[in-house]
Design a protein around this ligand. Structure first.
Ligand code: HEM
Length: 118
């Protein structure tokens, strides 16, 4: 489960960057396809995340925060892409993105199921 989760968000990060380059390069059609794949990955990330939550004996604040910040990162993927497509300002969202991504990685890797906690 955890591997599916990690594969999901690593692929999502890569495809997010690919989509940004495609949009910037004027390849709207390619970007649209990558965005569709990204949306499937969101479902994979959320489904594996929720499944892991169901295996947790006691869901404490750190788990709730991990899930909420994870959803926040996914929301920011969508916000940033749609604003780049519409040529709108993205700086506020990029700041949030850096903070939320750092936080979700920190929380994920410090929670007990992480491979960083043998
Ligand atoms: C882009 C969004 C997300 C990222 C980057 C992310 C990242 C991570 C990372 C790095 C880990 C630790 C993996 C390991 O070291 O083995 C993890 C674990 C986990 N994630 Fe996520 N995650 C995201 C979204 C979510 C969502 C939306 C949920 C819940 C609905 C969720 C729930 C969990 C749970 C329950 C764990 C296991 C925690 C434990 O060790 O007990 N994640 N995630």
């Amino acid at each position: 489960m955890i591997h599916g989760h990690i594969t999901g968000w690593v692929l999502a990060l890569i495809l997010f960057v690919v989509a940004l380059f495609l949009i910037k390069g004027g390849k709207a059609k390619g970007a649209k396809i990558v965005q569709m794949i990204l949306r499937v990955l969101y479902l994979v990330i959320i489904a594996t995340g929720v499944m892991m939550l169901t295996q947790v004996f006691k869901i404490d604040f750190q788990y709730i925060l991990k899930a909420v910040v994870g959803l926040w990162v996914i929301g920011l993927f969508e916000m940033i892409l749609s604003r780049v497509i519409n040529n709108r300002k993205t700086s506020v969202f990029w700041i949030q993105f850096v903070i939320a991504l750092a936080l979700v990685l920190y929380l994920g890797f410090s929670l007990p199921m992480s491979f960083m906690n043998p």
